[in-house]
Design a binder for this molecule. Sequence first.
Ligand SMILES: [Zn+2]
Length: 143
Amino acid sequence: MNYRAHLAAGTVSFFVVLFLAVRYGDIGFFLAVLSYSVCMFFSLFPDVDTRRSKIHRLLLHVSIVLTGISLLLGFGAVPSVFMILWLVAITKLKHRGFLHSFTAAVSLPSVVGLISYYTFGTFLPAVFGFAGYFSHLLLDGKA
Ligand SMILES: [Zn+2]
């Protein structure tokens, strides 16, 4: 599947979870926007293990720009260089391997959920992240 199909499926999964979140809880505009961003990110993220994917190229470009900005401002480039090395290393993984598994779909959004919980007091963005991730696995026939 191409990235547009994954974004479309991610959007559908976002609205399904949003419907449930609004029905059974309270979700404000900021949390909805944050959750949509997390959902879209994770609807593309499983393909980060291939250099031809949009998400891989996007993260690589962001890392390069952040490295340049960090160097210009004198902050050093260790974090963004680390991200570039991580992106190179992750292409050594088998495409549609671990990152296209249910374990990854649960564990990786959970990291975002923990950050969200300690920052905003809610784990909800992780649920949206899981929905986006799972929509990717469904489209790829891995769920
Ligand atoms: Zn995929």
